[in-house]
Design a protein around this ligand. Structure first.
Ligand SMILES: Cc1cc2nc3c(=O)[nH]c(=O)nc-3n(C[C@H](O)[C@H](O)[C@H](O)COP(=O)(O)O)c2cc1C
Length: 273
């Protein structure tokens, strides 16, 4: 099957698809887009050719213009609204006990899966630990890892205040998942050099999306660290060979509302030229 087809009645030969193709595998021949030699093997399936054509004239074998959501010409986010949206995001550490309806987590993941990934590999594999008792059980493994750290790597453990985290847990406080009912993980193939960045960006999209659904979230760095280093946790997560965890996020209904956006350091920027 041809990599793409062109509706000649619609195509105006403007060459925008060829100019925008990141792999430069579209040639203009006789005024019409044509796949370059070996294009099938090189195409990364990003869909830019389909998305950028003002006439909707080009269809990939795997993606037609009709299957794409239209970019609205009237909707626009002002920089003021964007700043408010980005700066009002907060790490949430107090949650209501009530579970989140699965459809909201699905929605946030669906949107987050549109985050960029190197070579459009889309290596992120989502894992939702929905069952709160399972979350607790997995966090128990994180505490075991911390106890091991305190014993075997006391200097590193001290820097991370792991003694306090373990003491709080022993006292009955959820110092790992902060009482959030769910835990969302981004996993991926450890051999793929693009996995870490893709997982981090996808999880950042997820974190930004959840407040729009009335939810709150916070990165769970302790969980991620334990998932990287602690065999029993990896086993409990059921990660297949070569798969690793690249990020963890607690999520639930926030107990409190934030009213102000705290200041951050002035960015340190080195302008060159
Ligand atoms: C990679 C990463 C790991 C984090 N791990 C934790 C964590 O384990 N527990 C926690 O309570 N907060 C964690 N945080 C949240 C940070 O403490 C938080 O982003 C920071 O204090 C700034 O607050 P803000 O996110 O509300 O702006 C983590 C943040 C990042 C980016």
């Amino acid at each position: 099957m041809a990599l793409f087809t062109v509706d000649k009645a619609l195509c105006n030969g403007d060459g925008i698809c060829a100019a925008e193709c990141p792999m430069m595998i579209i040639q203009m021949e006789g005024g019409a887009p044509t796949p370059a030699r070996g294009a099938e093997k090189m195409c990364i399936g990003c869909g830019h050719c389909v998305a950028v054509c003002p006439k909707g004239a080009i269809s990939l074998a795997t993606l037609s213009p009709d299957a794409c959501l239209e970019v609205s010409e009237t909707f626009s986010l002002s920089s003021e609204a964007a700043e408010h949206f980005l700066r009002s995001r907060r790490s949430i550490r107090n949650y209501k006990a009530e579970p989140v309806e699965r459809k909201f987590l699905e929605e946030a993941i669906r949107v987050a899966s549109h985050a960029p990934s190197g070579h459009n590999f889309q290596p992120v594999r989502w894992q939702v630990i929905y069952d709160t008792s399972k979350v607790k059980e997995l966090c128990g493994h994180v505490i075991d890892w911390m106890k091991w750290m305190i014993k075997e790597m006391p200097e590193a453990a001290k820097k991370l205040h792991l003694d306090l985290v373990v003491a709080g847990w022993n006292f009955g406080m959820d110092t790992i998942n902060r009482g959030a009912p769910h835990l969302v993980l981004v996993n991926g193939d450890k051999r793929n050099p693009t996995t870490q960045a893709a997982c981090t960006i996808a999880m950042s999209y997820f974190e930004l999306m959840v407040p729009t659904l009335g939810l709150g979230a916070c990165w769970n760095g302790f969980f991620n660290a334990a998932a990287i280093h602690w065999g029993p946790l990896q086993k409990a997560l059921g990660l297949e060979e070569n798969m690793g965890n690249f990020g963890a996020m607690m999520v639930g209904h926030p107990k409190y509302r934030y009213h102000r956006m705290p200041a951050r350091n002035t960015p340190k920027v080195n302008w060159v030229g």
